[in-house]
Design a binder for this molecule. Sequence first.
Ligand code: HEC
Length: 114
Amino acid sequence: MLLGCLSAAESGGPSGDLRADASRGRELYALYCSVCHGSGGAGDGPTASWMFPRPTNHTDHDYMASLSDEYLYRVIQKGGPSVGKSSWMAAWGPALSNQEIRDLIAHIRALSRT
Ligand code: HEC
């Protein structure tokens, strides 16, 4: 168990099924993410128009289906630059717990039906 935790930490985050409580994730999303990603996740939040590249459209089924849970965890925890994306996508690791990131992933999966 302890070894499992250590190796997960070394590889940059937990692996496996990272989806948790989608309804809690929806509340967190409204609070922290919707200003850029839009309340419905379509990448059309109030600040989106002056951002390039635009915040990702989390309702794009085909695109979201191409991303693994591990990848989503990493982007949310460590920010856009950790995967070669925009630094407008901040690292939320300092602000969000492991559980909260998993709740957010569940909500994003619900938005994209993936
Ligand atoms: C300040 C604006 C902003 C906020 C707030 C924000 N994001 Fe983002 N996010 C972006 C932008 C811009 C991108 C697109 C990066 C790119 O394509 O280079 C992005 C990309 C992403 C991606 C996809 C990365 C990819 O490879 O396509 C995920 C997942 C994501 N954000 C989740 C979240 C979550 C969850 C939150 C809330 C905890 C959040 N974002 C808050 C701006 C933001």
